[in-house]
Structures are given as structure tokens and as C-alpha cells.
Design a protein around this ligand. Structure first.
Ligand SMILES: [Fe+2]
Length: 297
């Protein structure tokens, strides 16, 4: 009996320590555009952590001061199991909510793409390529970017095209100077939309600067030091997608041609470090980023 009580108390204590570690890892990841940002949420999360620590201290005091009490050992053990279940359930619910939220954003972006036949599937393609590139980033670059926020920024990089008239989006020939001015405004319009959701303000610069260049001659002439890393990543993926997609005014180019063009653009249009990483990704991986129905060769 004594051995059973001791096992229950020790297992329960270990489970509570694991719960606290799990909870700390969980709340440190709650800083993306979907789940982070609000002060009152942070206060609640911190309160939860404090309560868990108090639970553990109380557990140890009661558990080891009553080493003969089987009922108390059972209550403490199942208390820890209950906390584990609640934490797993909370994490699952938040993951599901994040997934749904991304799906809603994808529907919105499909509407943006549908206004321009040339953009069919482009935003999702850029999203997939960006997340593929993110997985290949070295640790020190990876740690600078929240992956959930990056996924949203890459998916929504062209959301501002909702504010560009269809006559310009669908113009078969080249745009004149005035039309270009309107088209070049789409990152700013996108930021205007995104800023309506306070947590999305974190990624507004990632969208704003996605047409900036390594030589500072992009849409708004931002220097590379100002351009966020995420915007440089999106720019490379956007370029690859644009080259490999068929458009009304051009044929789709092959993967090999796209890689050659991107390498050529390193240091002038595109960030050379990001180009190096992108072009080292195996061909099959990049090809698998094409959404269904998008002809990428
Ligand atoms: Fe764009």
C-alpha cells in the first residue's frame, strides 16, 4: 500500500511538472497574429501559470506530509491528470480555431484572386512556397519570425488588390503610368485592410514591403535594412510563383528557368541570402507547393 501511495504522489508530481513545462511552451507561442496581442489575454495566461505553480507546491506539501493517506494521494494524482487533459483540450481547441481562421482567410484571398484570372491560385502558391522556405531557414533566421504570422502575411500579401479596379487588373496590355501608380498602391491598401484587426498590425510591414528590392528601387524605395526579413522571403516566393505561372500575356516558365532568373536577380531585385536558401530547396519540394489546378512546370 505504501508503495502504491508513493507511486501515485511521485507520478502525479512529475505530471504536474510536465504540465507546467507544457504550459510555458504553449504560452510562449501565443504571440502570433491570431492568438496573441491582447493585454488581458496575457494577464490570464500569466495567472494560469501562477496557479499551476501554486498547485504543484501545494501538491508536494500535502503529498509528502501525508504519506499514508491513499485517498489524498488519489485526489492529488487525478488532479494532475485532470490538469493535463484540460491543457491538451485547450491546445486542441486553439489549433482548430487557428486552422478555421486560416481557411476563412484563404476563402477571402480566393475572392481576391478570382477578380484577376492571372492570379488564379497565386496567393495560395506563395503561401505554400513561403512556408516551405521557412522550414529551410537556418535556426538564427527562423527564430526571428513567427511561422503562423508568416503564413498569414504570405497568403494575404496581395489582399490590397481588392482596392485595384478590375479594368487595371485585367488589362491585357501593358499598364500606362497612371495605372501603374494605382497598381503600386496595392501593398498600402492591403495594410489599410489588415490594420483593422489590431493583431495584424504586427505583419503590416511584411505586406507593405513585399515589392521592395535589394537595391532599394522597389515600389516605395525602401532600403534593404528597413525591409523586414519576412517581406524579403515573400518577395522571393512571389517572384518564383509569378515566373512559373501561366498568365494571359505569357506562358509559364519551367522550374529550372525560374531558378536561373531568381539567381540572376539576387542582390538587385531579391535578397541574396534568401535566394541562396530558396534555390537550394529540392525541385520536388518546390513543385509540390503548387495548389491543385495550378500548372507549374
Ligand atoms: Fe503584390
Amino acid at each position: 500500500m505504501q508503495a502504491l501511495i508513493l507511486t501515485l504522489i511521485l507520478t502525479g508530481s512529475a505530471l504536474m511538472v510536465a504540465n507546467i513545462v507544457f504550459y510555458i511552451l504553449f504560452i510562449t507561442k501565443m504571440n502570433d497574429v491570431v492568438s496573441g496581442g491582447r493585454k488581458k489575454d496575457q494577464v490570464l495566461l500569466f495567472t494560469g501559470l501562477t496557479l499551476l505553480v501554486f498547485f504543484l507546491i501545494g501538491y508536494l506539501i500535502i503529498g509528502f506530509s501525508k504519506p499514508d493517506d491513499l485517498v489524498m494521494a488519489l485526489v492529488l494524482f487525478f488532479g494532475s491528470v485532470f490538469v493535463t487533459i484540460m491543457l491538451v483540450l485547450t491546445k486542441t481547441l486553439i489549433s482548430t480555431a487557428k486552422e478555421r481562421s486560416l481557411q476563412i482567410a484563404q476563402v477571402l484571398i480566393d475572392v481576391v484572386d478570382a477578380r484577376d484570372p492571372n492570379l488564379h491560385g497565386h496567393s495560395r502558391h506563395v503561401q505554400n512556397l513561403t512556408m516551405c522556405l521557412y522550414r529551410h531557414l537556418p535556426k538564427q533566421l527562423k527564430s526571428k519570425i513567427n511561422p503562423t504570422s508568416l503564413e498569414y502575411a504570405s497568403l494575404m500579401h496581395d489582399v490590397g488588390k481588392l482596392g485595384v479596379p478590375e479594368s487595371i487588373l485585367n488589362k491585357p496590355g501593358k499598364l500606362d503610368e497612371e495605372e501603374w501608380k494605382v497598381m503600386k498602391n496595392h501593398p498600402k491598401i492591403g495594410v489599410h485592410f489588415l490594420n483593422r484587426v489590431s493583431s495584424f498590425q504586427k505583419i503590416s510591414d511584411w505586406v507593405l514591403y513585399h515589392h521592395e528590392r535589394a537595391d532599394g528601387k522597389g515600389y516605395y524605395g525602401a532600403a534593404p535594412e528597413i525591409t523586414p526579413l519576412a517581406a524579403k522571403i515573400i518577395a522571393v516566393c512571389d517572384t518564383y510563383s509569378a515566373i512559373t505561372m501561366k498568365r494571359s500575356y505569357k506562358e509559364a516558365r519551367s522550374h529550372e528557368e525560374a531558378i536561373a532568373i531568381i539567381k540572376e536577380a539576387a542582390g538587385t531585385q531579391l535578397d541574396p541570402t534568401i535566394v541562396d536558401i530558396f534555390t537550394s530547396i529540392p525541385k520536388e519540394e518546390l513543385l509540390s507547393c503548387a495548389p491543385e489546378g495550378l500548372g507549374v512546370c
